[in-house]
Each structure stands twice: as structure tokens, then as C-alpha cells.
Design a protein around this ligand. Structure first.
Ligand SMILES: [Zn+2]
Length: 420
């Protein structure tokens, strides 16, 4: 439960300026012609955009570009390219169909026909989609349970760690101790007595230069009754025992427990990874999330090369030790009981990122043209430009660059324009 950008203190205008420079002031991309509206292009688009995610499309794209450079030890050994390198770039599968620029029912623009990596712990673009889905899924679970008048508890669990502890050490301790704790006699007996019906467990990891790696768990307890007072009592004993369990060596005050009220917006905001983007203020005490590191690198928000390397190290370490781990775990009992209520959200990560809700196909892009767009990292700009003034704006954008000087528009048999 983290925010992709919670330490970034930039307004959308500042972000736009940075990316204006990136796209239009580099020597690599020589101007073929003067652009109709030149450097205010991205900034205007950001101001007009009502969707939070749309606003940060360019930033998310650049963050993914930083992330693509990272290989895990296993990938390096096996000379294997990480899937994120294809995400949003390569056509999906082996067909030669053009890439489609589509709109959803809500009016959001996106490309269809591209590979998505589905890496929650790794790719900011896919993580955003997956986190949004989890938010909807959990919202449906919680409200269904609350509609039955039953209690839900919310706990935050940590273990003691020092600044020098490697992530793998603290993470393993947290997860294996939590598993072992659930197998204790005390927990098993009390679970029955208190009618603890099911659980949702979310893993969150932050890093701060002062305190090191801080993995922690957010746990929802779904009780099969409405006895709030006895649930609180149980949760208090739970965190007191947890703090002393095995080598946890935790402080009771570092754990947290409460009963979830019917206003669950605060809880769900933790799953909204755009939440902090729009607040635009620094929450320094909470430390860096790996995606904050990516954002800082993408924005050039570091003092010197050393600091940049440190940010990159935090991200790479996080990726290395989170591969194959679940972000959210939901008990089978809950999935079964509320199967109907959560049906539309209950999907695998890959299903979530591959899902397209196409309302209308607006434009088709032949693969040779697409390759040039991807090579020049123009994907988010093409979407922004289309939103601004349709095909005209896209055509002006592309022909601004030398690579596209032979660009032509055809109308296909479905009356949809095709860029060739
Ligand atoms: Zn991805």
C-alpha cells in the first residue's frame, strides 16, 4: 500500500516543463519543421486533463524507461531480457496487426495491441492498473461484509530492524514469522473463539536513509460477528504477542490496530497510488518507496551522481527481493463467500493489465510507424496530442521529427484512419 510518488514535490506544470525539455531540446531529435504549438504542448495537455492518471502519463512512461534498465541477478545469469522491456513497446503476440489508439467508455485514451509486463513490484505503469483493481476488489469485499453488520479489524505489523539490515533479512523475518505466528496454538484457539472468518494481507516496503528497509504488513481481519469490543481486545493481545514472537523484537507502539468504520475511504486511499501525486507535498518521514526512487530519477531530482546511484540501488534491491511475492493475499474463505460480489474484480495480475475496455477505435498505427514512435518514446505524447485535437495534432507531432517525414494517412475499410 504505497503511493508511487509520495515524496515528489512537483506540480504538474513543473513536471511538464521537465519533459518539454526532454522531448524537444535534445540534439538527438532534430526538428524537421517548427511545431505548431511548440514547447507548451505537454503543459497545456496536463492542465486540460481531468484524469489523474492521464496527467502523469509522461512521467509514468519515463519511470518505466528507468525501470527497464534493471536486470535481476537471475536474469543477468540467464542472459534473459526482463519482460518490462517489452511493456508498452512491443506488439502483443506475433501478429502484424496495426496498433490501435482507442478510447474507453470513460473517455480515457490508450493503445491496444501492445505487450504488458504485469509486474506489480517492478513496473509503475502496470502497478497502477493492478493497484486500482485491488482497491475495487477490497472495496467490494469490505462493503459486502459490513452490509451483513459484521466487524472488520485493521492491523499494521512490523518487526524491529536496523539501518544496516539487508532487505532480504527483514522481509524474510516478517513473512516467515507471520506464517509461524498463525500456526501457534494461541492464534488457532483464539481465532475459533473470536470467530475470525478470513483475512486480507498486504505487503508494503519503504526505505529511508536513516532507518533502512522497512517492510510491513497491513492486515484486515474479517469477523463472523458484530462484537466490536471483543475484537479490539483480541487485536490488542495479538499485537502484544506478535511483538514478542520469535526474533520479532518489535515495539508494541510500532504496531497498530483498530476497527474499520463504514467510512473506508482512508483505508482504500492506501491503495490509490495516484493519491499522493495529486497532493504534491513531501511526506519525508515515511521514507522512499521504490517507485518514488524511479520518479526522482526520471525527474532528475537528485543532487549528484552518487545520490542518483543510491536511488537506483534502492529500486534495484526492491525488485530483486520481491520477485514472485504476492502484493495482496486474500483468504480462500473470503473469496468463496463473496465470490459473486467480487467476480468482476477477481483476476490475475496479467488479466488486469491485459484487459481493455474499448469503446471506440480512433486511429490505427502500422507497425513500422509504431516502431519509430516507440524508439523515440513518443507514446504518451501521441495520446496527449490526440486528446488535444485528434488526428491533426498527432500528425503535427510526428512530422515534427525527421523520422516521420514520409508519414501518410490512409482510411481503412472500417473508415478508421491508419498511419503508414
Ligand atoms: Zn508493465
Amino acid at each position: 500500500m504505497f503511493s508511487i510518488l509520495h515524496n515528489i514535490n512537483y506540480s504538474s506544470e513543473e513536471i511538464a516543463n521537465i519533459f518539454d525539455n526532454q522531448y524537444f531540446n535534445t540534439k538527438r531529435r532534430k526538428k524537421s519543421d517548427l511545431l505548431d504549438n511548440d514547447t507548451v504542448l505537454v503543459r497545456q495537455e496536463l492542465k486540460q486533463s481531468s484524469e489523474k492518471v492521464e496527467m502523469y502519463k509522461t512521467l509514468l512512461h519515463s519511470m518505466r524507461n528507468v525501470a527497464k534498465k534493471n536486470y535481476t541477478v537471475k536474469e543477468t545469469k540467464e542472459h534473459r531480457r526482463p519482460r518490462i522491456q517489452y511493456c508498452g513497446y512491443k506488439p502483443h503476440g506475433n501478429d502484424n496487426n496495426p496498433i490501435k489508439l482507442c478510447s474507453s467508455e470513460k473517455g480515457n485514451l490508450f493503445f491496444s495491441g501492445l505487450a504488458n509486463c504485469g509486474g506489480y513490484w517492478r513496473c509503475p505503469v502496470c502497478a497502477l492498473k493492478i493497484a486500482n483493481n485491488k482497491q475495487e476488489l477490497l472495496s467490494a469485499l469490505i462493503t459486502s461484509h459490513q452490509k451483513e453488520g459484521k466487524t472488520i479489524g485493521f492491523l499494521t505489523l512490523t518487526v524491529r530492524h536496523s539501518a544496516k539490515d539487508p532487505l532480504i533479512k527483514t522481509l524474510d523475518k516478517l513473512l516467515s514469522n507471520f506464517k509461524a505466528f498463525q500456526n501457534t496454538r494461541w492464534y488457532q484457539d483464539n481465532k475459533k473463539e473470536i470467530e475470525l472468518f478470513g483475512m486480507v494481507k498486504t505487503l508494503e516496503i519503504t526505505y529511508s536513509f536513516l532507518n533502512g528497509w522497512h517492510p510491513h504488513l497491513h492486515v484486515l481481519f474479517f469477523y463472523d460477528n458484530s462484537k466490536g469490543a471483543s475484537s479490539i481486545e483480541f487485536q490488542k493481545r495479538f499485537i502484544s504477542r506478535w511483538s514478542k514472537f520469535r526474533d520479532n523484537n518489535g515495539l508494541v507502539s510500532a504496531q497498530n490496530q483498530k476497527i474499520l468504520t463504514t467510512d473506508i475511504s482512508d483505508y482504500l486511499a492506501k491503495y490509490d497510488i495516484t493519491h499522493e501525486m495529486t497532493k504534491g507535498n513531501i511526506k519525508g518521514s515515511k521514507g522512499l518507496t521504490p517507485f518514488t526512487c524511479l520518479a526522482k530519477i526520471a525527474l532528475g531530482d537528485y543532487e549528484d551522481y552518487q545520490q542518483k546511484r543510491l536511488l537506483y540501488w534502492v529500486y534495484a534491491t526492491y525488485v530483486e527481493y520481491t520477485q514472485g511475492r504476492h502484493y495482496v493475499n486474500i483468504s480462500r474463505s473470503l473469496l468463496k463467500k463473496y465470490a459473486e460480489q467480487i467476480e468482476e474484480f477477481n483476476k490475475t495480475d496479467q488479466e488486469i493489465v491485459d484487459e481493455t475496455n474499448i469503446d471506440e477505435i480512433l486511429l490505427k498505427i502500422s507497425l513500422p510507424v509504431w516502431r519509430k514512435i516507440a524508439l523515440n518514446d513518443l507514446q504518451p505524447l501521441v495520446l496527449n496530442k490526440y486528446k488535444e485535437n485528434g488526428l491533426n495534432s498527432v500528425y503535427n507531432l510526428l512530422t515534427y521529427f525527421n523520422d516521420f517525414k514520409d508519414l501518410q494517412i490512409e482510411i481503412d475499410k472500417h473508415n478508421i484512419p491508419l498511419l503508414i
